[in-house]
Design a protein around this ligand. Structure first.
Ligand code: ADP
Ligand code: MG
Length: 626
């Protein structure tokens, strides 16, 4: 019998399959089961329009038969079957294989990536089989046909005997090699676990004869091995069930079964969308951070199913980075028929779903913030940083969407508050949203720079994470209110009287401040009278965009650009120390130098900045003491 050649493109895809040293060969079964399920769907749709056909649920099933002696694995379905022409058209030719087109467009050198990510279809069978035999009888057809191929050199197609409608695929499993074990694809337990893993939610029963031990009928004390037909898959996915019939416990159980995490999720979302693109999704907001969450190793993504068939473990496109903590899955029937054929179309659908999901996640978080504050705080402790990165990254593209989810510790409320809550409490005369930065709450609480603002009775937000100030600088304003670092620039709360007094003092002591600036050189931009200090003698503030906290963070980065904050040494003229400075300036230049250095170093310490010469500093203190 003459062998027919595969079309050129099919041949290449086939070769790619056969030669791929691909670790997840097991997906071949997912592909064949999904084709079987599609074939039964097709009959089902026919029965909806053709009255001469009756759909009897029990007639539709998939059966998996491993046979170790013959080294065959058979997959039987009772689907629509294929005619002679269809066998030729569908299995002999890949008119425009999605996988192959995708590979070309993206210039992927070998096939591994695609195989891992997308449905690869019927040809996946060649990853595990030397010979693939397809016996099929189409609905409405008298004769059956047998298609057979040993791989890239071609296939044969002949009439054959088959009683019932449907398809039977017989894989002659490859012999083990030194590096590869193929025997596993003939083991019941292995097949069971592959089915469970990828095809658990296929709507039709996947049956297999499983060996179990049972008490003998004659003697209950003795066990015997029997073959028993079992349905391996659970068939109804939880996401297709009615929300009303499910309890929180069910969702939590599913979370654990799916190994999304060891924790209990803080919240679940069950979404069913029935619009232009239909999909179901179950999403979870976890309680605790995965150990690798803030590392490069972490991979975000949702599981992607099409009509109950898992097609991707982690579809990263479904989640924006700022919601990368979300776990769960999406199932869409609208992806199913095109999954390996029309990559671009699918891409658009995924984008659409992703956009929808992002909205839902945001509103779920918002309602949690409003109604389940304790849970939200737990969530925020774990993932707040990610939201702040989200505000900052992509040049602030998502800042509007995320700003309401932010929270910061409040000097007044002594707990996390939202920006909206802050604004709603602002007194009429308060111009800015004030914040202070530092290593910890305790440290910020003691910052001299907060004195005047706190004294005014204004609330201060405490920024203790690296990203905080960067995110806020990206935000710039919230509900038209500007943010103001208590340590930088003008605080915008001085009274006119006070302003005049400060100006006069600055003028009066110009000589002193100029000398101090000369003594400190490039270390500070200027020395001036403080308007923000009440009891402390000295503090450092900054002018311009870069604050001290930002300088610290930037200088700790690997690609340190040596960005420096422009620092101002502020002196409290109401403090006794100021009198000592004046005296020293008038009488003893050496003393002025000593005092200036001491005050500057103190200011550095308060800021948590390193002192250049600690030994000199301690010696200076001793000088003052004796
Ligand atoms: P896809 O499923 O993405 O269309 P496949 O390579 O998996 O691509 O299958 C190619 C085609 O072969 C299917 O579209 C279908 O028409 C046909 N086919 C494969 N397996 C079966 C089957 N078990 N029953 C009926 N038709 C099948
Ligand atoms: Mg398929």
């Amino acid at each position: 019998m003459a062998k027919k050649e595969f079309q050129a493109e099919s041949k290449r895809l086939l070769e790619m399959m056969i030669n791929s040293i691909y670790s997840q060969r097991e997906v071949f079964l997912r592909e064949l089961i999904s084709n079987a399920s599609d074939a039964m769907d097709k009959i089902y749709y026919k029965t909806l329009t053709d009255e001469s056909l009756i759909f009897n649920k029990d007639d539709y099933f998939i059966k998996i038969i491993p046979n170790k002696e013959n080294r065959t694995l058979t997959i039987i379905d009772t689907g629509i079957g294929m005619t002679n022409e269809e066998l030729e058209a569908n299995l002999g030719v890949i008119a425009r294989s999605g996988s192959l087109a995708f590979k070309k467009e993206n210039e992927i050198k070998d096939g591994h990536d695609i195989i891992g990510q997308f449905g690869v279809g019927f040809y996946a069978a060649f990853m595990v089989a030397d010979v693939v035999t397809v016996i099929s009888k189409a609905l409405g057809s008298e004769t059956a046909y047998k298609w057979e191929s040993e791989g890239a050199d071609g296939y044969t197609l002949v009439p054959y005997e088959k009683a019932s409608i449907g398809t039977e695929i017989i894989l002659t499993i490859k012999e083990n090699t030194e590096d590869e074990n193929y025997d596993e694809f003939l083991e019941e337990y292995r097949l069971k676990s592959i089915i469970k893993k990828y095809s658990d939610f296929i709507r039709y029963p996947i049956k297999m004869d499983v060996t179990t031990t049972k008490p003998k009928v004659e003697d209950e004390n003795e066990l015997e091995e029997v073959q028993e037909e079992q349905i391996i898959n659970s068939m109804v996915p939880i996401w297709r069930k009615n929300k009303k019939e499910l309890t929180t416990e069910d969702y939590e159980k599913f979370y654990n079964e799916k190994h999304y995490g060891f924790d209990k999720p803080l919240k679940h979302l069950h979404i069913s969308v029935d619009g232009t693109i239909r999909y179901n999704a179950i999403l979870y907001i976890p309680e605790s951070i995965p150990f690798d969450y803030y590392s490069k190793e972490f991979e975000k993504g949702l599981e992607l199913y099409s009509s109950g068939v898992l097609i991707m473990n982690k579809s990263a496109d479904l989640l924006p980075d700022h919601f990368s903590f979300v776990k769960g899955l999406v199932d869409s029937e609208d992806l199913s028929l095109n999954i390996s054929r029309e990559m671009l179309q699918q891409d658009r659908q995924l984008k659409f779903i992703a956009k929808n999901l992002a909205k839902k996640i945001k509103s779920a978080l918002q309602s949690m913030q409003k109604d389940e504050r304790e849970n939200y705080e737990k969530f925020y402790q774990a993932f707040g940083r990610q939201l702040k990165y989200g505000v900052y990254s992509d040049f602030g593209a998502n800042k509007e969407a995320l700003q309401d989810l932010l929270m910061f510790y409040s000097s007044k409320e002594k707990k996390l508050v939202t920006l909206d809550e802050y604004i709603s409490r602002m007194p009429e005369d308060q111009k800015y949203i004030y914040y202070a930065t530092g290593e910890s709450k305790e440290r910020i609480e003691k910052l001299p720079q907060t004195e005047l603002v706190a004294d005014k009775g204004y609330e201060i937000l405490y920024f203790t994470e690296d990203i905080d100030e960067f995110a806020i600088k990206m935000l710039m304003t919230y509900k038209e209110k500007e943010f103001k670092n208590v340590s930088s620039g003008d605080l915008g709360i001085e009274s006119e009287d006070n302003d005049k007094k400060t100006e006069a003092e600055q003028e009066e002591n110009k000589d002193l401040f100029d000398s101090m600036k000369d003594l400190l050189g490039e270390k500070v931009a200027s020395v001036k009278v403080s308007k923000r200090l009440k009891t402390h003698p000295v503090c450092l503030t900054t002018k311009g965009e870069v604050t001290i906290e930002m300088e610290k963070i930037l200088s700790a980065m690997p690609d340190n650009q040596n960005v420096k904050a422009s620092k101002v040494l502020e002196i409290n003229t109401n403090h006794e120390v100021f009198q000592s400075l004046k005296e020293a300036h008038a009488t003893d230049k050496e003393k002025l130098a000593l005092y200036t250095n001491l005050l500057y170093n103190q200011a550095l310490l308060i800021e948590g900045l390193p002192i250049q010469d600690p030994v000199e500093f301690t010696n200076d203190i001793c000088k003052v003491m004796v």
